[in-house]
Design a protein around this ligand. Structure first.
Ligand SMILES: CC(C)(COP(=O)(O)OP(=O)(O)OC[C@H]1O[C@@H](n2cnc3c(N)ncnc32)[C@H](O)[C@@H]1OP(=O)(O)O)[C@@H](O)C(=O)NCCC(=O)NCCS
Length: 172
């Protein structure tokens, strides 16, 4: 089981026991608005948690989702996504329960993940993709000192086309 902690958070593998907390935010239309998937039902969420519980971060281009648990009340308040590549780069993402947003939790969790990837897996570049309309995601990446790299127009997204921004952080 993957595990590390930050000041206020445990970052760890997901498990089937997370089902209630996980569905609480993954079934919120506002939370998934700018993400590649829609709202989840219980069966989809359970299958996903079972699959993720077995996953380890490896440079196989597969996405791994990690739980973000609040130390204070042992509640799962969100998750991080990481996709590791063989060139020592990684794509990352974050999803927070709306009730826990704007309290610095995503920044704290991703900052911890970036340190973990660098120290344990020698990752030296981290990439974040975001819909150009996702102001929270853009601010989050900028607050972590990611640099704007490029804009891609006409990226297929939920039946329409969107503009996608790529941000990159080089770790030295
Ligand atoms: C994007 C997201 C993860 C940010 O989580 P968060 O815990 O609220 O972010 P933080 O509290 O750590 O804030 C980080 C920075 O973003 C800013 N920010 C957060 N939400 C914002 C919003 N809705 N509008 C403007 N700025 C926002 C914060 O003020 C902070 O900036 P600062 O350092 O200048 O003060 C959260 O909004 C979310 O889960 N959104 C839905 C899922 C999603 O779209 N994820 C991104 C794509 S993978």
């Amino acid at each position: 089981m993957l595990y590390f902690e930050t000041e206020r958070l445990f970052i760890r593998s997901l498990s089937e026991n997370d089902l209630g907390d996980f569905l609480d935010y993954r079934s919120d239309p506002e939370v998934v608005k700018w993400q590649g998937f829609g709202v989840w039902d219980e069966a989809e969420a359970r299958a996903f948690l079972l699959e993720q519980a077995e996953r380890r971060i490896a440079d196989d281009d597969q996405w791994t989702q990690l739980g973000v648990e609040l130390k204070a009340d042992r509640k799962l308040i969100g998750d991080l996504a990481v996709q590791l590549h063989s060139d020592h780069s990684a794509h990352i993402g974050a999803t927070l329960n709306a009730r826990y947003q704007r309290q610095g939790f995503a920044r704290e969790a991703l900052s911890g993940l970036i340190n973990y990837l660098h120290e344990t897996l020698s990752t030296n570049a981290v990439i974040g993709l975001t819909d150009a309309r996702n102001a929270a995601s853009i601010k989050l990446l900028e607050s972590l000192r990611f640099n704007f790299e490029k804009e891609d127009r006409d990226v297929p997204y939920k039946g329409e086309f969107c503009t996608e921004y790529t941000y990159r952080l080089l770790i030295t």
